[in-house]
Write a protein of this length. Structure first.
Length: 361
């Protein structure tokens, strides 16, 4: 064997060492990738099963059913149909309050979505972004009067009372976020069914909470027939728009009645004051009349006494006149008698003188 052959054999052996190393590394890499591929395939299968459960839902070993994305999308669609659009975490800022006019102008900064997609003259229902346990309240019905980017200006659709203006002022100064709904949220029996009795008592007023707690439970004999379905008590759903409008109309009527009563009270008080003035005037008149009556009575008594004296004098004079008349009558008789006797004497004398002149005896 020549030296070149030996060198070639040596080089071949030396090169085979590199080839053996690379072959071993290739086998090792293939094994690593095969193990990684198996893990990824198992993970992909696991994720596919998880996606299937998330999309279509699944049943737990205890028998409870977990809704999937499709079912939740349907429920969300139902909720959106009932509620329409809504905007959350709106920061309010009162621009102007007109207490005498019963009006308010409020700026709302809406962070999400941008732009908010609210058109002019859109009617919105505003709530404080908190539940009743944290003093969340319904703030009223508003109309959009201006849209400037992510800031909108709203004004109430109806005249506000002083109490409602104070409520808006406090809600704005508190800087708590507001919620805006394109449609008044509707009463939903399923939502309250998910709450426990304790949660219902915390959220709902004591006047009506028992009706919500009894909903879906066996009915009693005293329950109204229209609220009993298949032996269970079913509460009547509430249309909040109708309720709020009815309460506003009732409040308006009560406010008008109060204004009428206040006006009537003022008129009665004015009439009472006038009557008291007239009473005082009547009292003064009575006092004056009493004094005049006493004076008149005194004068009457004096006149009466004087009249009595005059009547006594008249009676005495009449008695004297009657005596004089009787005396005159007697004197007239005597005078007539005297005149008759005188006439007879004159006649006798006249005849006597006539006989003497004629010579007759």
């Amino acid at each position: 064997m020549s030296i070149w052959n030996k060198i070639l054999v040596g080089l071949t052996c030396f090169s085979s060492l590199f080839l053996f190393y690379f072959a071993a590394r290739s086998l090792k890499t293939t094994e690593v990738w095969r193990v990684s591929a198996d893990k990824h395939e198992a993970r992909i299968k696991q994720l596919a099963e998880e996606n299937e459960r998330l999309i279509n839902g699944h049943r737990n070993p205890d028998g409870t059913t977990v809704a999937g994305i499709r079912d939740l999308s349907v429920e969300l669609h139902k909720l959106l149909i009932d509620r329409r659009r809504a905007w959350f975490h709106c920061i309010p800022n009162v621009k102007q309050l007109g207490r005498e006019e019963g009006n308010a102008e409020i700026l709302l900064a809406i962070e999400n979505p941008s732009p908010p997609g609210i058109a002019l003259k859109t009617v919105l229902y505003a709530f404080e972004d908190a539940d009743t346990r944290n003093n969340g309240r319904y703030l009223g019905e508003f109309a959009v009067t201006n849209v400037d980017g992510n800031t909108i200006t709203i004004m109430p659709t109806q005249k506000l009372t002083a109490r409602e203006i104070d409520k808006l002022d406090k809600a704005s100064k508190a800087r708590n976020p507001w919620m805006l709904y394109e449609l008044m949220p509707q009463d939903n029996r399923a939502i309250f069914a998910m709450l426990s009795d304790e949660e219902k008592r915390e959220l709902l007023p004591a006047v009506s909470v028992e009706e919500y707690i009894k909903d879906g439970k066996p009915a009693s004999e005293n329950d109204p027939h229209e609220n009993v379905v298949d032996g269970k008590f079913v509460r009547s759903l509430i249309d909040y728009s109708v309720v709020f409008n009815f309460e506003r109309e009732r409040l308006t009527l009560l406010r008008d009645s109060m204004e009428i009563l206040v006006r009537d009270k003022k008129m009665v008080l004015d009439a009472l004051a006038l009557a008291r003035d007239q009473e005082e005037a009547c009292k003064r008149d009575i006092a004056s009349t009493t004094t005049e009556f006493a004076e008149t009575t005194r004068q009457r008594d004096i006149v009466g006494a004087h009249r009595k004296k005059l009547e006594e004098k008249v009676a005495a004079m009449q008695e004297a006149v009657e005596r004089f008349i009787t005396m005159n009558k007697a004197m007239v008789g005597q005078i007539a008698k005297f005149q008759l006797e005188a006439a007879q004497r004159i006649n006798e004398r006249t005849r006597a003188m006539a006989r003497s002149d004629s010579g007759r005896p």
